[in-house]
Design a protein around this ligand. Structure first.
Ligand code: BES
Ligand code: MN
Ligand code: ZN
Length: 507
């Protein structure tokens, strides 16, 4: 899909469909919608009066223009109440607008920048959010369908505004939005890819290609090297699988070699989680192809960071392996030793994410001395019980970092919620046989996951993002909503990118 930014009059634009907007409760169309209404001889005004168009957030109404305009269709997208309007609502509306036009077969679409007019957003941020909404909203994963006859696709979307003085801000915002949305879509592609394709080696190859294309340093720790480094927790999980495991490392040097080691992004990449010997029930197990979503987000964010070039060093670390039962698999009762020397009693081989993260976090914080370090993982089913699908649980040992992640969540729509980590919870992972055990039973399951990880971060500033619910669909409950697709929606790719930008700008 080609994206363009132009200044011009949307009522004379030649193409298949145009998108305009309306705030909830507005009695007459304004701005571009008003101009379109005039050409349509008041059709929109009539529909508003009759209550057929209400402007409710994300609603879409398609009107055929019957040659009163060069475009065949007009889509009026609702922006919700003006007083409640936000940047994320612009993103949401933009996605629904282009998708509604795609449904009626439009291939060439022009749209106003939602929020840049009456919405009172600054033009650059609005253009960025609109482009993100458009690219994310049009994403599809159809590569394994062999019959694509009835599939509708959009070829071109043009952001249009009558005011030529807005053009530069629109272009700058759109360019950034395109980079960020394309990265997010890469995370989605990787997460939706089945596990017979998206193996650890496959992920490493994708990362290597990105490194070559965008000028990142690339490194990979294979089984042998992991052994030498003493990564017993990671290797314990990997030992049941015939698929070679690896830890993928991407490094972006934006702060220069001599400056601080910088930000660390760590992502769980269990390319398939069967539960291992503590095997999962068969129902829904197919969703566990998405148990590498955290790792996908790290790889994708590194791509965007390489393109956006913030003035900070960023290292992405992705421990990748399958979790399978076999004659070689690790077992309940086994004791593993992590890279920092801590011993771990295995209570459940299904609590594997925290094990591979343990060694990755030691490597990030103690070997590479990165700080802050933020990890993302589809770590616990309990996270879905606690917060459902609309917010990521954030566990953090630094208030400033936690507050920043919360703020970024409100702006990106990858919403976060700060979770507790009181020391009392550590009681639950005390072991009779080793330093700690890898599961503490059912109470506060996601907090216990975080308490476990805390043993491996030393003094680094650290945040753990449990995305089991927010990444969408991993319990078979996903649904498409605005710019979010139903399975593996790319969370927290945009959070990671914005975090790097925010830390680089010192804000
Ligand atoms: N990958 C799962 C968590 C998960 C479940 C993610 C559902 C998305 C949707 C993780 O490896 C796991 O199995 N966690 C266990 C931990 C328990 C054994 C302490 C869980 O949540 O049941
Ligand atoms: Mn598991
Ligand atoms: Zn898992």
């Amino acid at each position: 899909m080609e994206l363009k930014v132009q200044s011009g009059d949307i009522t004379t634009w030649k193409g298949d469909g145009i998108v305009v907007n309306l705030f909830e409760g507005a009695m007459s169309p304004d701005g571009a919608a008003g101009a379109v209404d005039k050409k349509l001889r008041g059709v929109l005004t009539t529909m508003i009066k009759k209550g057929e168009i209400k402007g409710k957030l994300g609603s879409t109404t398609i009107v055929h223009t019957f040659d009163k305009l060069p475009a065949d269709h007009v889509c009026v997208v609702g922006l919700g109440k003006q007083a409640e309007f936000t940047l994320d609502r612009a993103r949401y509306a933009a996605a629904n607008g282009v998708r509604a036009l795609r449904n009626v077969g439009a291939k060439k679409i022009a749209t106003v920048v939602h929020g840049a007019g009456l919405g009172n957003l600054d033009v650059e941020s609005a253009a960025q959010a609109n482009v993100e909404g458009i690219i994310l909203g049009l994403w599809q994963f159809r590569k394994y369908f062999t019959n694509n006859e009835d599939v509708k696709t959009v070829d071109q979307v043009v952001l249009l505004d009558r005011d030529p003085t807005k053009l530069k801000a629109m272009r700058d915002g759109a360019a950034r939005g395109e980079i960020i949305a394309n990265a997010t879509n890469l995370a989605r592609d990787l997460t939706n890819e089945p596990s017979n394709v998206a193996t650890p080696t496959y992920l490493a190859n994708v990362a290597k290609e990105i490194a070559k294309k965008y000028g990142l340093e690339f490194d990979v720790i294979d089984r042998e090297r992991a052994k030498k480094l003493g990564m017993g927790a990671f290797l314990g999980v990997a030992q049941g699988s015939d698929e070679p495991p690896c830890i993928i490392i991407l490094r972006y040097l934006g702060g220069g070699k001599k400056s601080a080691p910088g930000l660390g992004l760590v992502g769980k990449a269990i390319t398939f989680d069967s539960g291992g010997i503590s095997i999962k029930p068969a129902e829904g197990m197919q969703d566990m192809k998405g148990d590498m979503a955290g790792g996908a987000a790290v790889i994708a964010a590194m791509q965007a960071i390489a393109q956006l070039k913030p003035a900070i060093n960023v290292t992405g670390i992705v421990p990748a392996t399958e979790n399978l039962p076999s004659g070689k698999a690790f077992k309940p009762g086994d004791i593993l030793k992590a890279m920092n020397g801590k011993t771990i009693e295995i209570v459940s081989t299904d609590a594997e994410g925290r094990l591979i993260l343990a060694d990755a976090l030691v490597y990030a914080t103690q070997t590479l001395k990165l700080s802050p370090v933020v990890d993302a993982a589809t770590l616990t089913g309990a996270m879905v019980v606690a917060l459902g699908h609309h917010r990521t649980g954030v566990f953090c040992n630094d208030k400033e970092l936690g507050d920043l992640l919360f703020k970024i969540g409100e702006e990106t729509g990858e919403k976060n919620w700060l979770m507790p980590m009181d020391p009392e919870y550590a009681e639950q992972i005390k072991s009779d046989w080793a330093d700690i055990k890898n599961s503490g039973g059912r109470p506060a399951g996601s907090i216990i996951g975080a308490m476990f990880l805390k043993n491996f971060v030393g003094d680094a500033k650290w945040a753990h993002l449990d995305i089991a619910g927010s990444v969408g669909g991993l319990l078979g409950t996903g649904k498409e909503d605005g710019y979010k697709n139903k399975f593996g929606n790319g969370t927290p790719t945009r959070t990671f990118i914005h975090l790097a930008l925010a830390l680089a700008s010192g804000k």
